[in-house]
Design a protein around this ligand. Structure first.
Ligand SMILES: NC(=O)c1ccc[n+]([C@@H]2O[C@H](COP(=O)([O-])OP(=O)(O)OC[C@H]3O[C@@H](n4cnc5c(N)ncnc54)[C@H](OP(=O)(O)O)[C@@H]3O)[C@@H](O)[C@H]2O)c1
Length: 213
């Protein structure tokens, strides 16, 4: 599959490398400066399956598009992608901002980054996913033989199985978390991971898993 990944930082770079290596997907990173040394180095490291262009080029290239910019840049990045009608867009952002108690969610109870992204990406099918664990776990989501969980929330039932398969290609236990408005829950869940990692001594080398009987 062809994937347009908008942003080539911690999350975008990790996902691109993992999808190329584990599932043979073709990657185009969409960034503001495709020829910058750090982006070219990333592309060379992945090999023939990867390239870089503008956000519009990557969005046109991708059968699916994955948004991995900082929250503050998300609206501008989407605005630079061109016509998104009919496109599938996975939103990995978290609406983080510094508040009086430190890093927290800028929005959450009555809307979410996922729903804002849907409003900006007119005509696209937006899915919230790949936001609830650290980027290093996206490269290696299996802990002692147990797959960590990754949720997918979105309203487009016809395309959801395709999105879930793409996320499963990374090695996650993929769970349907309902409609896109449940991005409110997934972004709060992400904030819990971030708080545990940064403030409660867990570090980045842990993830959530579901156990069942
Ligand atoms: N870090 C994590 O473990 C983690 C985990 C889950 C979710 N997230 C979420 O994922 C998102 C990315 O996090 P990150 O840690 O990967 O950030 P990052 O390392 O700072 O990477 C962000 C990328 O977005 C690019 N970018 C910025 N503005 C852009 C624009 N207008 N158009 C295209 N590309 C643009 C940046 O390019 P430049 O170099 O040109 O600025 C950079 O490649 C955030 O929303 C974060 O909350 C992060």
């Amino acid at each position: 599959m062809k994937l347009g990944i908008i942003g080539a930082g911690n999350v975008g770079g990790t996902l691109g490398a993992a999808w190329a290596r584990k599932a043979g997907h073709q990657i185009m990173f969409g960034v503001r400066a495709p020829n910058a040394d750090k982006t070219q180095e990333l592309v060379r490291g992945i090999g023939a399956k990867a390239g870089a262009g503008t956000a519009a080029e990557a969005a046109a290239f991708g059968d699916m598009i994955v948004l991995t910019t900082p929250w503050i840049a998300a609206e501008a990045a989407i605005g630079s992608m061109g016509d998104l009608a009919g496109k599938i867009l996975l939103d990995a952002t978290n609406p983080l901002a510094m508040g009086p108690d430190g890093l927290g969610l800028e929005i959450g109870h009555s809307t979410s980054a996922g729903e804002k992204v849907q409003g900006w990406a007119k005509g696209a099918s937006v899915f919230k996913t790949l936001n609830t664990t650290g980027f290093s776990n996206m490269a290696d989501p299996v802990f002692h033989g147990v797959k960590s969980v990754m949720f997918v929330a979105g309203d487009d039932a016809a395309n959801k199985p395709k999105v879930m398969t793409l996320v499963a290609d990374l090695g996650f236990d993929v769970v349907d978390a309902g409609p896109l408005r449940n991005a409110r829950l997934l972004e709060a869940h992400a904030m819990l991971w971030i708080d545990l990692a940064l403030n409660r001594g867990q570090g980045r080398d842990f993830a959530f898993a579901i156990v069942r009987r």
